[in-house]
Write a protein that binds this ligand. Sequence first.
Ligand SMILES: O=P(O)(O)OC[C@H]1O[C@H](O)[C@H](O)[C@@H](O)[C@@H]1O
Length: 305
Amino acid sequence: MPTPNVESIQLGELNCWRIRHGAAELVVAQQGAHIISYQVDGDEPLIWSNPGALFKTGKPIRGGMPICWPWFGNFQRNPQSVQAMRQSDEAAKAHGEVRAIDWELMGMGEDGDALIVEFIQPQAEGHLPGWPHTVGLKLQIRLDAALNVSLVSFNAGTEDVTLSQALHSYFAVSDVAQVSVEGLDGVQYLNTLESWETQNVQVGDITFTGETDRIYQDTPDLISVVDPQWKRRIQIQTTGSHSAIVWNPWIDKTKTFDDMQPDGWRSMVCVETANVMTDVVTLKPGDMHALSVSIWAEPLVEATK
Ligand SMILES: O=P(O)(O)OC[C@H]1O[C@H](O)[C@H](O)[C@@H](O)[C@@H]1O
């Protein structure tokens, strides 16, 4: 059985852990329970670790896998049922309240050949600013042949709670202009750069020629990023999610970020495992929901004629 090897490290101002399990290495920050990198020895990284990232207390980390909860994206773009959960005159943060606060590491342990790492977010139990609900929030990371991440919400209060959420995965690619995203052919999407009202239908695979920010609805459980140059297919298998956001900031948007190198956009693409828009989650008292993704790479088999 592979033995995990855990090292506490400091990245900028943030406490992190470097966890080795078999051939896999995971770096996770206490702030946001944020996966910063994940790579299997001898392979290209699967999760994009951003060389321009800033590791500052209270600032969301760009790259890796931010957790967006209890709302995704721009609060005002969320359905009324999600907005009604918040009681505050303060401007709402993009992507919710938990990506830039500390989580508690509950434990790390082996389960057969797998390693499990668990975090909880105690502030979700009634202590998030302007969000007066009591939800047990746990992140479970399971390392086996894949990277498996599950965000579990349990309504411990007495009223219904509606939330939108995402595991905002940044995937490492050879060159975003050369990759395609498969699995969404025929699926409806909003092109948020053009209109939040018009429904579009995806035709064929997604390729990238400019800034891209799309919300796909009624998504299938398996989406892949096909990368011919790195001769691999990243498999993104989800449960508890029927929406996905596909995002790349391209050249000009990247220039507006203080935490991304000018060419950073080229080596990443976000395919986010989500519950947004028509797919928001309502938890009755006592209900639990798990938003889960398993990520692994498979070699691209060249078509033979
Ligand atoms: O800059 P952030 O708040 O981390 O958000 C980064 C991106 O996240 C998602 O993919 C949204 O769809 C984008 O509109 C947003 O720009």
